[in-house]
Design a protein around this ligand. Structure first.
Ligand code: WQD
Length: 342
């Protein structure tokens, strides 16, 4: 009998790639998504890759009755991976209440229903943003949590605390908090990928849209940082590598009774890449030029951050595998598909 996993936000970027890897690993997947930042056609892509169409419920996780009905109609859910959240840093500054209501109420509803329906564990989609600007890199899980620099980042910090407090209160559940660095790329099949609505805020989708001629040129937000080439440094992690880490975390949570009730892992490659280095990697991987210019710094940007992934490597037995050029080639193949270039 296959174990059943609920993936909230499962038609989103990381959720869809994680659904594919869960199905590949033999899990049954139920997706709930309100389609506020994704499209139901993503289910076709998932099915085309795995041959299995996940159960899909269109709904809003901030409504507890919707969630309760989902658990009643899909009995036997053993684990949850919670991706459902608003995630645009800039937008969160403009609309803080939307972010606190959506991201926190979603989590609280899920946690409240877990014991009622015998759900054993929840993997939470957290972010390296909880660390703020690190005092030193690479950064491991013992690094201090700095005051959030955006309501989005604050919802991640508060969510981690909510889970810790709920488990400490004696709730019969477990959790694994996964702190992502910068997820990029697309499935090698080019059947699923990142579908940013409107003008992309993140670097890679803006870069691929520029390479495709959709955007005139990419602005590098500053080259006067204290880094080798002056542009910001990040730890860019392939989305399929990231998805596989979620499957390993879920298996660890459901199959082990001797692990701590709450565990935290940084998910990164351990390598820092600058914006200019990423542009170069894309051009070398695809042979496609990326028209770009140096512009002003973007408010709120962190200068440099990259992971020390030793704990995930040793405890989860997970290591990022993808080569950055392969990741860039996959991102380009996906861009060509969505913009009808192939
Ligand atoms: C990366 C680098 C920019 C666009 C954010 C969130 C994080 C996570 C990922 C949700 C920075 C530079 C970008 C552009 C540029 N979000 N850049 N020109 O800001 O590191 O992380 O997204 O889970 O929580 O904080 O990612 O891709 O926006 O920026 O030069 O047009 O690219 O300055 O140095 P970021 P990003």
């Amino acid at each position: 009998m296959k174990e059943k996993i609920l993936v909230t936000g499962g038609t989103g970027y990381i959720g869809s790639h994680t659904t594919v890897e869960l199905q590949n690993a033999g899990y049954d997947v139920v997706i709930i998504d309100n389609l506020s930042n994704s499209n139901e056609s993503v289910l076709d892509g998932i099915q085309a890759i795995t041959g299995i169409r996940p159960v899909f419920v269109k709904g809003d996780c901030t409504d507890i009755d919707t969630l309760r009905k989902l658990f009643e109609e899909n009995p036997g859910i053993k684990g949850i991976i919670n991706f459902a959240a608003s995630k645009a840093v800039g937008e969160s500054v403009q609309k803080p209440l939307l972010y606190y209501r959506n991201n926190l109420n979603t989590l609280i509803n899920l946690l409240e229903l877990m014991p009622e329906f015998g759900v054993k564990g929840i993997v939470f989609s957290s972010s390296c943003t909880v660390y703020g600007e690190p005092d030193l890199n690479p950064i491991d899980e013992t690094a201090p949590i700095k005051p959030a620099t955006s309501p989005y980042g604050n919802t991640k910090q508060i969510s981690e605390e909510i889970i810790e407090d709920y488990v400490k209160s004696g709730a019969p559940i477990k959790s694994i908090l996964l702190r992502y660095f910068n997820p990029i790329g697309a499935h090698p099949s080019a059947l699923i990928g990142e579908l940013p609505l409107g003008v992309p805020q993140n670097l890679v989708p803006y870069l691929t849209q520029t390479a495709a001629g959709i955007r005139k040129e990419l602005t590098v937000f500053g080259d006067d940082y204290n880094t080798p080439d002056g542009s910001c440094i990040r730890d860019y992690i392939d989305v399929v590598d990231l998805a596989k880490a979620h499957v390993i975390a879920m298996k660890r949570m459901l199959d082990n009774n001797d692990t701590d009730p709450v565990e935290i892992f940084n998910l990164g490659t351990g390598n820092g890449l600058s914006v200019l280095q990423l542009i170069k990697a894309f051009e070398e991987a695809t042979g496609v030029p990326v028209p770009h210019k140096i512009g002003q710094r973007r408010a709120g940007d962190i200068e440099k951050i990259w992971a020390d992934p030793k704990k995930a490597n040793q405890v989860l037995g997970w290591t990022a595998q993808a080569d950055i050029k392969d990741t860039m080639a996959n991102a380009w193949r996906w861009q060509c598909r969505v913009s009808g270039k192939n």
